[in-house]
Write a protein that binds this ligand. Structure first.
Ligand code: C2E
Ligand code: MG
Ligand code: MG
Ligand code: MG
Length: 291
């Protein structure tokens, strides 16, 4: 009896083992397919940038954030949260990141025809890109190639980049700032508790993460945090953008706190370049008819 129980346990163990290797193999296969898919996607130009405006409370468009979309031939529109983290793990983020930066600067050059004061373009940059590439050299090259002036470009970086405290990171960020490119801390408040990086790095904007905006104006904790961020930013002379503003009551509340810039579905969802030009046109016309 004991023997047969032992035999049974061994069988189960072997089955479990089979089960796990199968799962690992499946995951590896999925990643290999995604990698092949992504390589083809870059060649076939399946990527597209959408733009979402960042505005003052008087509805003046100061910037537009480039947000990548993947038009997959079979799967349709694929969200960046499905492939950006994977691309960061592999070396694919470098060529894609370069394409994004160049396309965004090119697109921003076209906005000049649709408004009197063309907005900046805000481009998300992965921490990995600063580790793998010389970003100031790349940015300089792209600005020269596209003709966009450096003060029209903002790079959105995350707290994880600045927490590393690498000399090379500080050096790259300082060079970019000296060129006239602005730096913005994305998803501010979700990363790390140490704020000392704010004195070391030449940052101009903080983007308060959507998760703190959601509960406004009723949630007391969210209100307290947003107020604290705004007053800290004021003392440090940093500009603040509230992300993920979805309702007029959130916008009004932020206005009452003197938060200058907002972004979110309440203003506009991210839209393709063509629609964004129309968005700028509409603003221009409504402004002209008012004056
Ligand atoms: P993120 O940079 O924090 O971008 C904001 C995300 O929130 C975007 O999602 C945007 O569509 C969404 N959003 C904007 N307003 C609202 C709102 O009012 N309500 C809600 N619920 N959501 C809102 P998306 O486009 O799916 O991008 C997700 C993340 O993927 C981005 O977060 C960014 O980290 C990354 N990502 C997107 N495009 C790029 C890119 O070109 N390069 C890199 N490295 N990362 C990118
Ligand atoms: Mg962003
Ligand atoms: Mg963000
Ligand atoms: Mg966010």
């Amino acid at each position: 009896k004991a023997d047969s129980a032992m035999y049974k346990a061994k069988e189960d163990g072997r089955n479990n083992f089979h089960f796990f290797t199968e799962e690992i193999e499946k995951e590896a296969l999925r990643k290999r397919q995604l990698e092949q898919d992504l390589n083809r996607a870059i060649e076939n130009q399946e990527f597209e940038l959408y733009y979402q405006p960042i505005e003052t409370l008087d509805a003046e468009v100061i910037s537009a954030e480039a947000l990548i979309r993947w038009n997959h031939p079979l799967r349709g529109l694929v969200s960046p949260i499905e492939f950006i983290p994977f691309m960061e793990e592999t070396s694919l983020i470098a060529p894609l990141g370069e394409w994004i930066l160049k396309q965004a600067c090119q697109d921003a050059m076209h906005w000049d025809h649709h408004c009197s004061v063309p907005p900046k373009v805000s481009v998300n940059i992965s921490t990995r890109q600063f580790q793998n590439q010389n970003m100031p050299a790349l940015v300089k090259q792209i600005l020269t190639d596209t003709g966009l002036s450096a003060d029209r470009l903002t790079l959105e970086i995350t707290e994880s980049l600045m927490i590393d405290d690498e000399d090379s990171t500080i050096h790259q960020l300082n060079s970019l700032r000296l060129m006239g490119v602005a730096l913005s801390v994305d998803d501010f408040g979700t990363g790390y508790s140490s704020l000392s990086y704010l004195k070391k790095f030449p940052v101009s904007y903080l983007k308060i993460d959507r998760s703190f905006i959601q509960g406004l104006p009723n949630c007391q904790e969210d209100s307290a945090l947003v107020e604290a961020i705004l007053s800290m930013a004021e003392s440090l002379r940093l500009q603040v953008v509230a992300e993920g503003v979805e309702t007029s009551s959130q916008a009004n509340y932020l206005a009452s706190l003197k938060c200058r810039y907002i972004q979110g579905y309440w203003l506009s969802k991210p839209i393709p370049q063509h629609d964004f030009c129309n968005y700028l046109n509409t603003k221009l016309n409504s402004h002209q008819s008012r004056t």
